[in-house]
Design a protein around this ligand. Structure first.
Ligand SMILES: [Zn+2]
Ligand SMILES: [Zn+2]
Length: 252
């Protein structure tokens, strides 16, 4: 476990406090390119027009664009309902949305998380007693980066939709190599069994909304959903910032 009471941890807390203050006193900047903009957490016109907002378009279940022959739910979801009952992403994965995901990890992270959440929060369908659970990092990566970017986004969505966040519901018990460049089946094998629900977390019978930054084939989210369902979670949904709109294959 990473102790937050180290000098490094305190330094980080002061630093994020400083960021928060800077957000108050400096003019708002576009989270995509850093240009000064009129409104906090909004995009400049060029970034705005380069982003492809997905909204509620696509399959009611998996969110993938529908074929002309589909109505409401795509043929694949009808044939075999996926493990994740509802998947939504704010934008399609592209230049600007990728830049934001990178800035969230390495740049002015709180401002970026707020900007992402602004467009993700309206897509949360289930409310009531649903719980927000971030896709976890392995403890070694968490120790290096100092924070989990998905948790930052989850906190912002939780704040705006009045939903509880369970930061450590899931644990990545095995470090996995970056999935980038791997085939669908390689991804699936790499993350299979990599996640468990933390001991002592009682989420049986609940609805969990997984929160992630980028969705590619869905292998990671699916492995998380499997762990949640093993712990008795009744329904799993997924909300992410950006998704690859037409992956060669999508895990169901
Ligand atoms: Zn911009
Ligand atoms: Zn579908």
């Amino acid at each position: 476990m990473v102790s937050t009471l180290t000098a490094e941890g305190i330094g980080r807390a002061v630093w994020s406090g400083a960021h928060w203050l800077l957000d108050l006193v400096l003019p708002p900047r576009c989270p995509g390119c850093g240009e000064i903009v009129g409104t906090l957490h909004s995009f400049c016109p060029p970034c705005w027009s380069a982003l492809e907002f997905l909204g509620e378009r696509g399959c009611l279940t998996c969110g993938i664009p529908l074929e002309a022959t589909d109505s409401g739910t795509c043929a694949a979801c009808l044939a075999r309902p996926p493990r994740i009952a509802r998947t939504r992403a704010a934008v399609a994965y592209g230049d600007i949305s990728r830049k934001l995901a990178i800035r969230l990890k390495y740049g002015r992270k709180v401002a970026v998380a707020k900007a992402m959440a602004r467009y993700m929060a309206p897509l949360v369908g289930t409310t009531g007693d649903a719980l927000l659970v971030p896709v976890p990092l392995h403890r070694r990566r968490l120790a290096v980066r100092g924070f989990n970017q998905s948790l930052l986004i989850a906190h912002e969505i939780g704040r705006s939709r009045d939903l509880n966040v369970i930061p450590r519901a899931l644990r990545r018990k095995r470090a996995t190599p970056p999935l980038k460049g791997m085939s669908f089946s390689q991804r699936r094998r790499t993350v299979a069994g990599a996640f468990v629900v933390h001991k002592g977390i009682d989420i049986a019978g609940r609805t969990v909304i997984l929160v992630d930054d980028v969705l590619t084939t869905g292998s990671t989210a699916n492995a998380c959903a499997r762990a949640l369902q093993r712990a008795g979670v009744a329904r799993v949904e997924l909300i992410c910032w950006a998704r690859v709109v037409r992956p060669p294959q999508f895990e169901r």
